[in-house]
Structures are given as structure tokens and as C-alpha cells.
Ligand binder design. Structure first.
Ligand code: FO1
Length: 338
């Protein structure tokens, strides 16, 4: 006990794990599923999600933010369980009518309910609201239970350089992903506009002031990579006082979903838990080589993987249901030491 009259020690800012401040850099479907586990594991936590906007696309003059919507719908209870994107109980009447007019593209599924989200976002952006305020307004309806911040209020779009019968050209990521199913090799993946983009308000602080920073099993190139391409965000992760733990999106040499292997190939990174962990790098490395990770969670089939300078732990990583996802989140938090 302190001597009589001594100032009473200030109680710790948080008195239990339940008020922990968690910040996650998330993409679409995999990231959103992981975040459901974060919310279930830490119902009282203060969770900030920095969402990827590199997938954003303008179609029919509508501003569409696929990864922000996937997180918002998944955590807000509106997501299509079957598709993992777009709305539950969805219809595609408008899309069918557009097809009748021969107005494309037909490779991006525009649902009727989903269209309302794009209409609200488009008119708010046109009125001059920044994407971060538009996202907050949309979340007023969906109440995802996390603070969802776009990585930037500036336009950053992922484009993919390919060579096909029309020659060498850059196409929008969504066209490569959905029309080509990433079947044509990506010679380069570019975050158009990133160099001039700024982190959205609150993004850098959310990383700097977190008790733990998580890299969910999102696509390391077009989701996590796009977020890190916004100047200032990579350094914020490198320099935060919070432990940084990533969860491998690759299990046994294959991506769990999506086509992360096609993206990794484009940047010359092998599709393995070890290669992705080393691609993110360790914060214990010095100088320019300083990476992002203190801990790297891999699946049990990848036990033995090493990331020099980071602690690697092997646990089952398939998010087969909410309980499995909660177990993964708990393992990541344990690895972080929070
Ligand atoms: N993914 C598909 O596989 N097919 C689609 O037609 C499709 C439409 C779509 C519409 C709105 C939206 O928010 C997401 C949509 N996605 C679709 C998913 C999206 O392409 C991907 O989730 C990300 O952009 C990549 O992670």
C-alpha cells in the first residue's frame, strides 16, 4: 500500500480486456467475417475498422465502395450469407433491365437493395460530404458496432495491368476480379491516386492509440496492401506502441477464398503463410526493412513457419463458423499479449 497521504495511483485507463481499443485494417469478405469474431470475443471493446477503398468503382455514375459495404452489411446484419457480399433477400431487377438495354457492365452484380446504398453515397459525395462522413451516415442505419473509417477520403482505385488481344493496358480491379476471374496474369497492380491520398480523419490516431492492431486474413495485396499504400498508414503501423498481429489468409499454400494467389503472383510473393508473413515483415527488423508484425498467426498445417523477428503461432485458421472465428481472434489477442 502507498504510504499515508501519498497520491493514489491512477487506475489503469482500462480495467479489463473488455474496454480494449482494437484497430483492424480490413478488406472485404474475409476481413468482415473476422471482425464478427472480434465483436463476439470482445463485446465491450472499442473497435475501429480501417476499410479498403481501393476496390471502389464508379458504375452508372454511382460511387460504389464494395469493401466498406461488405463490412457494414456483415456487422450490421444485412449481408447476403450465401454470397458474402451485397444484401440478403436481394433482387436484381434493375440489373436485368440494364441488360435489356444492352447497358453494361453485366459482370458487376448490382442488387436493387444495394443500389439504395450507392444512391445515398453518391448524392452525399456530390453534396460535398467526404467519404468518411458518408460512411458514418450509412452506418447510422446499419449500426455495425465498430467505427468504420475509409482508408482515405481521396479517390484511390486499384487497377491491374494485363496484356490481352487488345494489347497491354490497365483495367479496373473489379473487371479483372469479376469479368476475368483473375484468369489473365496481372503484370502489375497499381493503387491509382494513392501517392496524392491522405489517410482519412482518425485513421492514423486509431492506429497510434490502439491497444492492439490486427491485420485480418484479408487479401494482403489488394486489401491490406491498398490500405498500406496510402502515405502515412504504413508508418503509423510500424511506429504504433500497440502490438501488431496479423492472421494469415493463406493456409497450406492456398488462399482460403478469393484469388489472393493471383495477386501475390503479381508482386512476386509466393502463396504461402511464410512468404506473406515475411512480405509484411517484422517490426523488430531495423531501418527500411522494418516491417509491420510483432506476431503472425498461421494455420496448424503451416506450423514451423518463421518470420524473423516476429512471433509465429499455429492455430486452426478456418473461420468455419462464429465460434471458430472467436477462437482465432482470441489466439491473435493472446499472441499480442493484450
Ligand atoms: N463479387 C462477385 O464475385 N460478383 C459480383 O457480382 C459482385 C458484385 C458486388 C457488388 C457490390 C459489392 O459491395 C460487392 C460485390 N462483389 C461481387 C464483391 C466484390 O467484388 C469483392 O468483394 C471485392 O471488391 C473484392 O474483395
Amino acid at each position: 500500500m502507498p504510504p499515508k497521504g501519498a497520491p493514489r495511483p491512477v487506475p489503469a485507463a482500462r480495467n479489463s480486456l473488455s474496454t480494449v481499443k482494437v484497430t483492424a485494417l480490413a478488406g472485404g469478405i474475409g476481413g468482415a467475417r473476422f471482425l464478427r469474431g472480434v465483436k463476439a470475443a470482445l463485446p465491450e471493446a472499442d473497435v475501429t475498422v480501417i476499410g479498403n477503398t481501393g476496390d471502389d468503382i464508379v458504375l452508372h455514375r454511382l460511387n460504389i465502395s464494395p469493401d466498406l459495404d461488405t463490412v457494414m452489411y456483415t456487422l450490421g446484419g444485412g449481408i447476403s450469407a450465401e454470397r458474402g457480399w451485397g444484401r440478403e433477400d436481394e433482387t436484381f431487377t434493375v440489373a436485368a433491365e440494364l441488360k435489356e438495354y444492352g447497358v453494361g457492365p453485366d459482370w458487376f452484380g448490382l442488387g436493387d437493395r444495394d443500389l439504395a446504398t450507392h444512391l445515398v453515397r453518391t448524392q452525399m459525395l456530390a453534396a460535398g460530404y467526404p467519404l468518411s462522413e458518408v460512411t458514418a451516415a450509412l452506418c447510422q442505419r446499419w449500426r455495425p458496432g465498430v467505427r468504420l473509417l475509409p482508408m482515405s477520403d481521396d479517390r484511390v482505385e486499384t487497377h491491374v495491368v494485363i496484356t490481352d488481344e487488345q494489347g497491354r493496358r490497365a483495367i479496373h480491379f473489379q473487371e479483372w476480379w469479376l469479368r476475368l476471374r483473375a484468369g489473365v496474369p496481372a503484370e502489375a497492380i497499381v493503387s491509382v491516386g494513392a501517392a496524392d491520398a491522405k489517410p482519412a480523419p482518425g485513421v492514423v490516431d486509431a492506429i497510434a492509440e490502439a491497444d492492439v492492431v490486427l491485420l485480418p486474413p484479408s487479401n494482403p495485396v489488394v486489401s491490406v496492401g491498398s490500405i498500406l499504400a496510402v502515405p502515412g498508414i504504413r508508418d503509423a503501423v510500424r511506429d504504433t506502441k500497440a502490438p501488431v498481429v496479423g492472421v494469415s489468409p493463406i493456409i497450406g499454400g492456398s488462399p482460403v477464398r478469393g484469388m489472393a494467389d493471383a495477386c501475390l503472383q503479381a508482386i512476386g510473393v509466393e502463396t504461402s503463410a511464410e512468404a506473406v508473413g515475411r512480405h509484411y515483415g517484422s517490426r523488430a527488423s531495423a531501418g527500411e526493412a522494418k516491417g509491420l508484425l510483432d506476431g503472425w498467426l498461421v494455420d496448424t498445417v503451416d506450423a514451423g513457419v518463421t518470420v524473423p523477428g516476429a512471433r509465429v503461432v499455429a492455430r486452426p485458421l478456418l473461420m468455419t463458423d462464429l465460434d471458430a472465428t472467436v477462437a482465432i481472434v482470441r489466439a491473435a489477442l493472446e499472441l499480442s499479449g493484450v
